[in-house]
Write a protein that binds this ligand. Structure first.
Ligand SMILES: Nc1nc2c(c(=O)[nH]1)N(C=O)[C@@H](CNc1ccc(C(=O)N[C@@H](CCC(=O)O)C(=O)O)cc1)CN2
Ligand SMILES: Nc1nc2c(ncn2[C@@H]2O[C@H](COP(=O)(O)OP(=O)(O)OP(=O)(O)O)[C@@H](O)[C@H]2O)c(=O)[nH]1
Ligand SMILES: [Mg+2]
Length: 461
């Protein structure tokens, strides 16, 4: 039912499953009730209806006597397929021209072009995947690091759903107890003493808080971390960028104000992507271009997940550094202090000079000293502890928003218990809580929401 008004559910859809452009082979996918009929019209070699599911067939694609290509057809018969519907995959030669010819022929034979995310949406509507699993498919396709791959994979296998359904069950048992009391309200019985309710709610709150808190890490894993390298001119920011990347990416010189525009490069450290941003050194300047550069630096500081504050240990006074620290603290900036050029006066002398200031990491960007320590510190700055491969990490803003609503409802329930609210009112808050949990996994959905989620997928997925 739901499907019919969503996307024209009975239509058979077609789209390339492989990337646009020339490849050795391209895969075109037909999906829907008539997928086998449509392919049969173009594939004279065999009657695909008579073939078993999950088999491969070699033959030609022929339309009105014109042979378009020699192909391999793979057959998935409903309900044994990714979407639960009939699927025929046509592996053709990877010319964009041939692909278009075959797609056009499929459309003339009764298919229509698929919309973005339509295959996966159908898999969801047919109960092959829940909503978090369907969403993880897009994350999996976009994954570009060990950590983002790991969390998407965990979610696709249903890790997150499992955790939520455990929570759901707890809450349902809670509301069952309350509603049982309601049925016997005249007799003034209490089936569960309030301390047991408290225990349940507290446990639920802990689980939800843990999940919601993991979003910070999830965001780091999925989107990487904006890491701004900032400091005064000549501190060695561009040298550090080059050292971290192991290439001469940025111009380095002893002229103060060398870097004008920001330079961004991605670095994978221990499976996490850091977007390193080399910036113009901060100082007052009469030079228009340099001033614009400094303004841009300020912007990058505000947008950064971490600010690497670099200073030349030989040229910086303790007071000056302390002032900078106070400014960062006042603006709530997540910073890491990096004292550079320790090769000149030596580490011991530098440590003695800045003894009053905690957590300075001393390096020599030019001599490649303590660069591995810097990488470790960066990872620790954005991750609380190691990436636990077993733990569920929330990476999706929609899930995070819903979890926050769940939390609000739980707080209402707890307050209700504190204020001896009657059971029917408590029960309302619990239902609200269950509603938001259901929105995450897709037990509760609306059309707009689904359209929004799946429209962000690519065509053919
Ligand atoms: N060629 C091809 N490769 C692909 C996909 C695809 O659709 N086609 N996938 C698409 O994303 C992924 C694999 N996902 C799949 C999920 C389920 C089934 C499937 O046939 N499921 C049946 C039968 C299961 C069985 O026999 O054990 C089912 O669930 O009933 C196939 C692929 C990645 N690789
Ligand atoms: N001795 C020593 N010199 C360094 C070190 N790191 C950088 N330098 C030198 O310091 C000078 C300035 O380096 P840059 O990397 O251009 O400095 P910057 O912070 O990017 O400067 P601006 O772009 O002008 O803001 C260059 O001559 C570097 O070779 C270091 O660890 N030790
Ligand atoms: Mg520079």
């Amino acid at each position: 039912m739901l499907g019919n008004n969503l996307t024209g559910y009975d239509d058979t859809i077609v789209a390339p499953a492989t990337a646009a452009g020339v490849g050795a082979i391209a895969v075109l996918r037909l999906n829907g009730t008539n997928a086998i009929d449509i392919c049969n019209r173009l594939f004279p070699a065999k009657d695909l209806h008579k073939q078993a599911s999950h088999t491969l067939h070699f033959g030609s694609i022929v339309e009105n006597g014109r042979t378009i290509d020699e192909v391999v057809v793979s057959l998935y018969k409903a309900p044994r397929s990714y979407t639960g519907e009939n699927i025929v995959e046509i592996s053709c030669h990877g010319s964009p021209y041939i692909q278009q010819q075959i797609i056009d022929a499929c459309i003339r034979a009764g298919a229509r072009m698929a919309k973005p995310g339509e295959y996966t949406m159908r898999a969801f509507l047919n109960g092959k995947l829940d909503l978090t699993q369907a969403e993880s498919v897009a994350d999996l396709i976009a994954s570009n690091s060990a950590a983002s791959h790991q969390t998407a994979m965990q979610q696709m296998r249903g890790g997150f759903s499992k955790e939520l359904s455990a929570l759901r069950e707890q809450l349902i048992s809670f509301s069952a107890l309350i509603e049982l009391e309601l049925d016997f309200s005249q007799e003034d019985v209490e089936f569960a003493d309030r301390t047991q309710f408290y225990k349940l709610i507290n446990e639920a709150m802990q689980v939800v808080k843990h999940l919601a808190d993991s979003f910070q890490m999830g965001n780091v894993i999925k989107n990487g971390v904006n890491t701004a390298i900032v400091g005064k001119p000549n501190a060695g920011k561009s040298t550090l960028l080059n050292t971290l990347l192991n290439e001469n990416r940025a111009i380095v010189s002893d002229i103060a104000g060398t870097t004008r525009d920001t330079i961004e490069e991605i670095l994978n450290i221990q499976g996490i992507l850091f977007r390193l941003i080399d910036t113009a050194g901060i100082r007052e300047s009469d030079d228009t271009i340099e001033s614009i550069g400094v303004q841009k630096t300020m912007e990058k500081i505000r947008e950064a997940g971490v600010v690497l504050y670099m200073f030349d240990v030989n040229q910086t006074s303790v007071e000056e550094l302390q002032e900078q620290i106070d400014a960062f603290k006042k603006d709530n900036i997540n910073y890491l202090l990096v004292g550079n050029k320790t090769d000149i006066a030596g580490l011991a002398a530098n440590q003695a000079k800045f003894a009053g200031i905690e957590n300075i990491l001393y390096i020599s960007a030019r001599q490649h000293e303590h660069i591995e320590d810097l990488k470790d510190r960066l990872v620790h700055k954005v991750m609380s502890g190691d990436i636990n491969t077993e733990a569920t990490i929330v990476t999706n803003a929609r899930h995070h928003a819903a979890l926050q609503e769940v939390m609000k409802s739980l707080i209402d329930v707890k307050n209700g218990l504190d204020n001896q609210l009657p059971g029917d009112l408590l029960s309302l808050d619990i239902r609200r809580c269950l509603h938001f949990l259901g929105e995450i996994t897709g037990q509760i959905t609306n059309e707009d929401q689904l359209d929004f989620i799946f429209s962000k997928f690519c065509i053919g997925k």
